[in-house]
Design a protein. Structure first.
Lengths: 362, 407, 362, 407
């Protein structure tokens, strides 16, 4: 029984935090707020030099041979710093799906570019604003001999403007599975509520699509879901830190507002939500990474809890700051929007709870 | 107890509703109508519309005729709000502060000369008002206002900074809360000045907010000269008067807010009916149906609470401390409502503006909803006021104004 | 626009409070806690002498010619004092149903006894623990010439042990309507969670049942629902009063606990829930009493809000008291159980919200 | 990070699960089994069952062999709890205080002589323990304990009153927190005494609680003589030691609590599947399905939190302040869970005991759930501790123990 990270993993976290505080202060993040398709290629290159993209991939695919679990705290740091790079999409979601579902040939072809950072992959699942997975996927590839083609449009694709290739959920018969589209995807960058990251729609017009070998969405989707939770934890930790810190500095009525129970208890409740979310997210990361029996269940538990409770935490963070959080200059709203966006991405609370209900036989 | 309207009130309702129908801006409400987008466009649009309302005599329905009003009842005023909302007419915007905050405060505490001078020009739209309350270090602790007004002969000399001032850069006048005595307990040394916004030394700067727009300004005052005659009421009574302003913010306008939310709710219901999830409209989906019905109940209860507030004003002449309960109720309700609306936008809420769900309106509503529980007395401040003034619990903390200062 | 009670109505409330404080202290209520079928006949007789039962009935039926609205504050006082009498059931629920639905003959026959307090009526609707109204009513009367008979069992009948006659919801064709059973009902008193009031199951074995003239459950059920809300308001007011009072007396850390924001804000939230519940309950009472267009809607709004928010308030009241509220000797648990029972009686929150959803066309 | 169990641990799991299967009380778990009803019946039943566990050596799995324990690991202890719960074996009842509170506290702070004297008798069931913490005026403010112990030669003379003492009238010993110095700050003058409950001057009185049953006692101490050697550890260190007791309450037993709730949850799911509403089982009804799934998620997350607590103990030798977070999480979760369960009882919850839904068990659970957020440090106290000790926020209030007293 060891439900905590190793000294090496904490070491990487500390190194990442130092690096990001220096190379990715919020002023750097803000350079890209108004640019629908913008992201930090500079930061990306530095991260590649540090080997971060290579981390979770086996050595034969150009990776460093570490595991998905080694990504968890790193994703948190990227969430904490709002780093404007497509790491979550390319390395922790699409890359992990390819690793989990691809054939030897597919992995060898696709992963080295992702592991070096030279190619960027994005995960394209949703087509509708409401509902997730299952029957909400209505893209049906056509087969022409050995070649598959995709038609239609995927929406709400995170990091689409940065991506070179897409890992697309589509439906064959009554089975959803993953296809890789390397060419012919048309991306329309869109205005995002969370201005620190890009998203867009991706349309396919007879695009050649390569089906990944393992013909299910799972466990790839679970890995991606756990990764989103891990990133959310970092952003939520920062919200709590900011709120506590502000409450110690801000004086009203001649005292720091952090000495009032109204604020103290709010922060204590946030800390409790955060600890529960952390336990859920880390457990899900371990379970999906190690193929535990309750991998699927725990990913639904983690995302449902993180979705709803961390959104609540973010709102309380705004309230704890008062008017200042309402200004564009203050960073609080960027974190609020980050969490609110993550809340619905890859399935909202009710979706994941319905999955829980089915798994536990309700 | 009788909540029915009198025949006279019903006749007035028909009159105003017919007028609104005949006078809405051309094309308003049709899909072709090009809504004003930027803040400046909204200002221009609302100036024309509110001018038309003013010319028809709808601006100050319950204000005395002496001050340019229609001189009828509070009920007529409420009916006007209801019919405006029912017709989905453009909301009062540029003249909001004048009609709802500055005007009633001047009416309650100004000299006869001040009333005659200022009130008619609010109603005929010849002068626009803003309000200078909050400061960077006077938020929850509003009594901590530091903007100083020092008497120098027949003028006050004003120095300081305000924040969250709507319309400052277009306003002609400012209802300014400032410190005129630093030697006494902080809430005892405040006064209200009526400040000409065209005076030398006033600099409004737009304040970019959470939505990326700038609906508010910061205002910097540097050696601004304000004639002594511009003092509202008595010196050092500003804290008491400010409570009038805040109470008015929670008076008849409360029912207008309610109807605005009912309209938003109806829009949300429309979206929920046409958006599908798992093969059924979101409005019928278990994840949302109960939540939407709850939102409906909460918005209706806001109406009932508004009726109780109005009854209290009609019976006692003024809203009571229960205004704080009403403020807490509706601001928390708005937060829940906007949480629900952004949830119905679903993944559509990831995108914003033209790319967003319903043009991003629920995103903006969600972002702006935090203003409700923070501005005009945060929820924490309201809870202090309720526990101390309504429930009589011991102070123990210094957060809320002392009970003995109550107005 | 006058949304408040009259001086006379407040006068009756004050008189009732004085009377009940004297004649029905909690020590009197506690005399009946262990007795499934017990209730205070003494108190009932005194109330009859004061004319309370006669209040809302027209003079031709032995009443005082006041209205349902005159009952509202009185019901609150009965809730506040936990008076162990079947007033709510007999006068404000069953009596009002007869008044609203009965023919001239039925009213003249049944109401004088109710108005004098000599006969006690109870409302019998539910048969199942879950669901309410509509298809949950599965009792189908049989017709034999002009005579109807009822068979089967009604459950969760408030004040059944005290009742002489029953107003029963039953289904004819696809329409639920009210029947009066004056004889032949077999009552089984049961142990109630709220020990201050009686309840039981009522079974019918070919009991003669007289159908009330107006063949619908509404508006009678709305009147009954609004009455339950009115009574809940009184109990909830008492909970808030007790909690505030206790917080001023109880010292910990050398200060009254009511000086801590944690307690103050809890009480402020309770006061806000209470005011909203009051507005909703009183509005519903006015709307159903005056036959307003939104009578049905407002009764669903009131009961859904009172059910869930006042139950929350009651829980907060217990928490505000701490350990003392956990003792049998303290009265707080009696109020908690009163509110929790009322929460589900005549439909729980989800039931009433589903009705709202249907009415508003969701 | 590895949450898998070792082969040795799995072997132990099989051993204990087989033993439990073979040793459950006759008929336990079958519909025919007549469950003990009254408190006294439960005492008698649990005494027999816990004696059997003790004789088989399962009572102190992680306790050192020197003190009668099995001398294996914390993990084995946890596995024991898990298997007991998985088999739905009767819960530890009469010996709960001895094993989970008194034992670990004596182990941590007692003299070698005291450990040898008391610990084996806890494990072999020859002595039952109770705990004297709360007093009428020392609830949230536990450091305000007023029960006095005054040294008189070789004895302490104890006078005072305790409340909420489980098992007081059947206990042989009491772990008593009392005041030995009134001249210093209140938390600095407390000591722990091990008090023979058969001493003259001790009077336990049953305290009837919210359910109508009496699971707790009040205990009155009048001139009770306690030999000086019965002082636990050092004089005036009681407050520090009490924190050990409280921390143990939130240690390995946390996972046992979790499994108990999972069992309750399963029972609730069964009820929800067999109770119909609007033509479908409640488990599938929109009013409940999401709520039940949420309850499941919350109970599972309690397990994950428990694993993090255990890891912290394994890595650092003791639970940290995060124990307060765990306590707040699970007690609030229990409240929500019991709200859900009584909602599923529906109108059935109007009735109680044999007439109630599922025999009134959800009513009792709901009533008792308030104990969770009040006892052993109320939610308000936990929030003070979390904000001050975990988040380092300023005290400003006197509610929580000072940060510098932290252990």
């Amino acid at each position: 029984m060891d439900f905590d990270f190793s000294a090496d993993q904490y070491g990487l976290r500390d190194e990442a935090r130092r690096f990001l505080e220096k190379q990715c202060p919020v002023s750097h993040v803000r350079e890209f707020l108004d640019d629908k398709a913008g992201w930090s290629r500079d930061l990306w290159k530095q991260m590649a030099d540090l080997g971060w993209m290579a981390l979770p991939f086996p050595e034969q695919y150009g990776g460093l041979g570490q595991s998905f679990l080694d990504l968890v705290l790193l994703l948190g740091e990227l969430g904490r710093s709002l780093a404007p790079v497509p790491f979550l999409s390319s390395v922790a979601m699409a890359g992990q799906v390819i690793l989990a579902h691809g054939s030897e040939e597919q992995r060898a072809r696709l992963l080295p570019g992702i592991a070096s950072g030279d190619r960027i992959a994005a995960l394209a699942v949703s087509e509708q604003p409401q509902g997730f997975g299952g029957t909400s996927i209505d893209m049906h590839p056509t087969q022409d001999g050995d070649t598959w083609h995709l038609n239609g449009e995927k929406k709400y694709v995170l990091d689409a403007p940065a991506a070179d290739l897409f890992v697309v959920a589509a439906c064959v018969g009554d089975q959803n599975r993953w296809f890789v589209v390397e060419e012919g995807a048309r991306v329309t960058p869109q205005t995002t509520y969370d201005p620190t990251r890009g998203a867009g729609s991706v349309s396919f017009d007879d695009a050649v699509a390569d089906p990944l070998e393992a013909p299910f969405l799972f466990p790839g989707l679970q890995l991606a879901t756990a990764a989103v939770c891990a990133e959310m934890i970092g952003a939520a930790e920062k919200i709590l830190d900011m709120t506590v810190e502000y409450s110690k500095q801000r004086e009203q009525f001649g005292r720091p507002i952090g000495s009032f129970q109204a604020i103290k208890h709010k922060c204590a409740e946030m800390a409790t939500e955060l600890e529960a979310a952390r336990a859920a997210a880390y457990y899900a990361c371990w379970a999906v990474a190690s193929g535990a029996e309750d991998a699927a269940l725990s990913s639904h538990i983690a995302k449902s809890y993180c979705s709803d409770q961390l959104a609540h935490l973010a709102g309380e963070g705004v309230q704890g700051h008062g008017g200042i959080a309402f200004t564009w200059e203050h960073d609080m709203h960027l974190y609020l929007k980050r969490i609110k966006t993550a809340q619905v991405f890859l399935g909202d609370g009710p979706y994941h709870r319905e999955r829980i209900a089915r798994i536990v036989g309700l | 107890m009788d909540l029915a309207f009198s025949p006279e009130e019903t006749a007035f309702r028909h009159e105003i509703s017919a007028w609104i129908r005949d006078n809405l801006p051309a094309g308003w409400g049709t899909p072709e109508f090009k809504e004003p987008k930027t803040f400046e466009e909204r200002l221009e649009f609302s100036r024309a519309w509110e001018k038309r309302l003013a010319e028809a005599g709808w601006a100050g329905i319950s204000w005395p005729k002496d001050y340019g009003g229609r001189g009828t009842t509070l009920m007529d005023q409420i009916i006007f709000h209801e019919e405006m909302a029912a017709a989905r007419a453009p909301q009062i915007f540029i003249n909001f502060v004048g009609i709802n905050l500055a005007g009633p405060t001047i009416m309650a505490h100004g000299s006869e000369q001040q009333k005659k001078r200022y009130l008619p020009k609010i109603l005929d739209m010849s002068e626009v008002w803003c309000q200078g309350f909050s400061e960077p270090n006077a938020g929850s602790d509003l009594a901590n206002v530091q903007t100083k007004a020092v008497l120098d002969g027949d003028n006050f000399i004003v120095n300081g900074q305000k924040i969250w001032t709507s319309f400052a850069h277009v306003a002609d006048w400012c209802l300014l809360l400032c410190r005129t005595d630093s030697s006494v307990a902080k809430h005892k040394g405040l006064s209200y000045l009526l400040v000409d916004m065209h005076s030398a030394g006033i600099e409004p700067r737009p304040l970019k907010q959470i939505t990326g727009e700038a609906e508010f300004d910061e205002v910097f005052f540097t050696d601004v000269r304000v004639p002594r005659a511009q003092l509202l009421g008595e010196m050092n009574m500003g804290w008491t008067y400010a409570n009038t302003t805040l109470a008015n913010e929670r008076g008849p306008a409360f029912l207008a807010h309610q109807i605005r939310f009912r309209n938003s709710l109806n829009d949300l219901f429309d979206s929920a009916k046409r958006t599908m999830r798992d093969g059924v409209p979101v409005a019928e989906h278990p994840a949302f149906r109960d939540r939407l019905a709850r939102a409906y109940a909460e918005v209706e209860i806001m109406r009932y609470i508004g009726y109780r507030l109005v009854t209290s004003i009609l019976r006692n002449g003024r809203p009571g401390v229960e205004g704080s309960i009403a403020k807490l109720y509706w601001s928390e309700m708005v937060r829940r409502f906007q949480e629900t609306s952004i949830a119905i936008a679903g993944l559509g809420g990831m995108l914003d503006d033209e790319d967003g769900f319903d043009g991003g309106k629920w995103n903006r509503g969600f972002s702006m909803s935090f203003a409700q529980t923070i501005a005009a007395g945060s929820s924490e401040i309201q809870k202090n006021i309720i526990s101390e003034r309504v429930l009589g619990m011991p102070r123990g903390e210094v957060w809320a104004p002392k009970p003995k200062e109550k107005v």
